[in-house]
Design a protein around this ligand. Structure first.
Ligand code: NDP
Length: 293
């Protein structure tokens, strides 16, 4: 068997195009441009790259991007004041505080301070709590997890009644993905570093979402034939044939998994592009919510 490839790049582009259309319509009908405030603390290169990509996506979709770049020695109180001012600013619909924050900052306090109706990353305690409650709906769901669900939707995966295994239980990927899958009526197993006999769980899974950060730990022989495999992991693997000396691989060994799976996401080009597309969609949604209020 050779798996169908899930083209996250194309699906993400479709979402970004739709956001751009809806933003233009909002400007025309209501004279409102959605605004996303990005807060980048310090000069971490990876964080700066992510924020630059997010701001570029704003530009391409017509969303106003408002950049704040305090230095790494900003105090907790100063950062809290900044977040409060963004909460109060009507031109700001979404607030994104790029993680990780410097060690002297209490990250949870900052994240929880973001108004739930502007928490476009969906990491705050209110939105995470609402996501885990039956009969309640969060304002926003974290971007990578909601991107995973869009990929499943796009390929017409049967989620209801499916056995799903989520590898990893982080607050930003594993846990919210598991919550979303169970809300879509899958039966979910959350595996983590203490899970015994991971292979036996994977062998029964119709859907596997891997979000661990360990290069190619899931191999084809661990999978159920025909399974849908969503690989969130992004890992560097030495590759002397590449100019930069490495290439990016997922948590799934692509070649062997593609022999067994029914559907699979590549790395890169699978889940990765979905994260920013969902951030744009969440920011538009924030502006739409404000219009309704
Ligand atoms: P974390 O390091 O926060 O969490 C990793 C999880 O994997 C933990 O729950 C850990 O278990 C679990 N784990 C570790 N070792 C094993 C093992 N041997 N077997 C099973 N589970 C294990 O990572 P993140 O959730 O932040 O990210 C996961 C991956 O996804 C990374 O590669 C990251 O780069 C990528 N990522 C990709 C994004 C994208 O846009 N595509 C966005 C965000 C992340 P325990 O809880 O027991 O420690």
């Amino acid at each position: 068997m050779s798996a169908n490839i899930i083209d996250g790049k194309a699906i993400a582009q479709k979402i970004r195009d739709q956001v751009a259309t809806d933003v233009a319509a909002m400007q025309l009908e209501h004279g409102i441009t959605p605004g996303l405030a990005t807060v980048l603390v310090g000069e971490d290169t990876a964080s700066a790259t992510y924020v630059r990509m997010k701001r570029k996506a704003c530009e391409e979709t017509g969303i106003r991007s408002i950049a704040h770049e305090p230095s790494a020695d900003i105090t907790q109180a100063e950062l809290e004041t900044l977040v409060r001012s963004l909460n109060d600013d009507p031109a700001v619909n979404g607030i994104l505080v790029q993680l990780p924050l410097p060690d002297h900052i209490n990250t949870n306090r900052i994240i929880d301070l973001i108004a739930p109706e502007k928490d476009v990353d969906g990491f705050g305690v209110t939105n995470m709590g609402l996501l885990s409650m039956k009969g309640r709906d969060p304002n926003f769901v974290a971007c990578t997890p909601s991107g995973v669900m869009v990929l499943l939707e796009e390929i017409g995966a049967q989620v209801s009644g499916a056995d799903a295994v989520v590898l990893g239980r982080s607050n930003i990927v594993g846990i919210p993905v598991a919550m979303l899958l169970q809300r879509a009526n899958a039966t979910v197993t959350i595996a983590h570093s203490r899970t015994k006999d991971l292979a036996s769980h994977l062998k029964k899974a119709d859907i596997v979402v891997a979000a661990v950060g360990r290069a190619e730990m899931v191999t084809g022989e661990m999978l159920k034939p025909g399974a849908v495999v969503i690989d969130v992991g992004i890992n560097r693997k030495d590759d002397p044939t590449r100019k930069r000396g490495y290439r990016l691989v997922g948590d799934v060994e692509y070649d062997s998994a593609a022999e067994v799976a029914g559907w699979i996401t590549p790395v890169p080009g699978g889940v990765g592009p979905m994260t920013i597309a969902m951030l744009m969609r969440n920011t538009l949604h924030a502006a739409q919510m404000m219009l309704r209020d």
